[in-house]
Design a protein around this ligand. Structure first.
Ligand code: AFD
Ligand code: MN
Ligand code: MN
Length: 399
């Protein structure tokens, strides 16, 4: 790697930060069952300790996305969680309301045909905005499970109108430094018509909601053939790309570790961002967040894998020669244009990561350092004993 490329790569690493999700450290399951892990987090203290371990080892995960109902005890001062986060060397990041578990949301939240339920859902989001003030969070991350399962079940246009009104009302409650992110998902749990099913619906709703609303792209929320980087380029060009939930998928919203199936797609997404920044002379503000929760892989190890591959692919994408690419594109030189991306994708950025970690006094290999630290073993022993004392079933957690 030439000194010039090394410099560019280290500069990219200096600016790249990615947020870990509190829910990624607790036990989870599929709709067919939960497989418990002794070292899985039981409570928010454990989740923040685990997030702190990931940040300590990687140096690029200073904030933790939280779920309002799973991470805050009703009636308790949220600043307790803020202090807990600080103790573990991290800060609270995006606030995720939960509009998909209460029984009252069986027929939807913002899209419900009962105005009282829509009002209740809106109030939960307004309460979440108040929580953002206490935690100092910038982002309200909105995902709605709303939708219908059968043709004719609900009025698609009426539900669209409910979402437009609800998001506009919510937007009015945002502070000057707060942004709401509207996430889309083609299906699951709704099987026929999810109310915010694609990037176009999310874009329309965000634009109608107001200036502080943007689109959140969850990489797992696309059908197999969708060109995600094209969506990213359009949203960038409209200044409507708020952020990402990163994971990988083979068939559906599989929440696999980022880059485990298609690392080149993640590289192309990051390339569009770097190319946009080079054209505009400024890197846009984008919330990079992980949204994964693993059944089979040990949770902290899986998070380390995802964070490290995100760093690697972001850095590789920073190495594309944009001037040469523009020249090749101008001449319709397809081969050279493609080779410029491939050259960056296949560049070994290990020397840059090693230099960056060394200058930050970070372990050369975060996963190996985690394994050597005995953190997982100690957490498993501690949490096994605490579950027993709490009378929690094996793997039980408050999430
Ligand atoms: C699920 C949903 C969506 C949401 C996440 C966190 O599919 O991605 O962002 O839970 O609430 O993965
Ligand atoms: Mn998501
Ligand atoms: Mn998802």
């Amino acid at each position: 790697m030439s000194p010039k490329l090394l410099r560019r790569a280290v500069e990219a690493l200096d600016t790249f930060r990615i947020e870990t999700p509190s829910w990624g450290f607790a036990d989870t399951g599929t709709r067919f069952g939960k497989f418990f892990q002794d070292a899985a987090a039981i409570d928010m203290g454990d989740k923040l300790a685990d997030a702190g371990q990931v940040h300590r080892l990687t140096g690029c995960c200073p904030t933790v996305a939280v779920h309002v109902l799973w991470d805050f005890v009703a009636g308790e001062d949220p600043r307790k969680v803020v202090r807990l986060a600080r103790q573990h060397g991290v800060k609270i990041g995006a606030i995720n309301p939960n509009l998909f578990q209460d029984q009252c949301y069986k027929w939807g939240s913002f899209g419900h045909n009962d105005p009282a339920i829509r009002e209740r859902a809106l109030q939960h989001c307004v309460d979440s905005v108040a929580l953002m003030k206490a935690t100092g969070s910038e982002y309200l991350s909105l995902w709605f499970a709303d939708g219908t399962n059968y043709p004719g079940q609900g009025s698609i246009r009426e539900r669209k109108a409910h979402f437009t009104a609800g998001l506009q009302a919510l937007h009015k409650k945002l502070g000057p430094k707060q942004t709401m992110l509207v996430e889309y998902k083609p299906f699951e749990p709704a099987c026929y018509a999810t109310d915010i099913a694609d990037w176009g619906m999310a874009l329309l709703l965000a634009k109608k909601a107001g200036k502080r609303a943007k689109v959140l792209v969850d990489t797992g929320h696309h059908y197999n053939a969708v060109n995600i980087e094209q969506i990213v380029a359009w949203l960038l060009d409209e200044d409507m790309l708020g952020g990402f939930h990163f994971n990988d998928r083979r068939y559906a919203d599989d929440d696999l570790t980022l880059g485990s199936i298609d690392p080149y797609q993640v590289f192309r997404i990051f390339h569009e961002i770097h190319f946009f920044a080079a054209d505009r002379g400024r890197m846009p503000k984008i919330a990079y967040m992980v949204d994964q929760c693993h059944n089979e892989k040990p949770k902290i190890e899986a998070m380390l894998q995802t964070v490290v591959i995100a760093q690697e692919l972001y850095t590789k994408a920073a190495l594309v020669d944009h001037d040469a690419l523009r020249r090749a594109q101008a001449k319709n030189n397809v081969i050279d244009a493609e080779l410029l991306l491939k050259k960056a994708f296949f560049t070994d950025v290990a020397p840059a990561l090693a230099a960056w970690r060394k200058q930050g006094k970070l372990p050369a290999d975060p996963l190996a350092a985690h394994r050597r630290s005995g953190y997982e073993r100690a957490a498993a022993a501690d949490r096994r004993a605490r579950r027993k004392a709490l009378g929690l079933t094996q793997g039980g957690s408050f999430a």
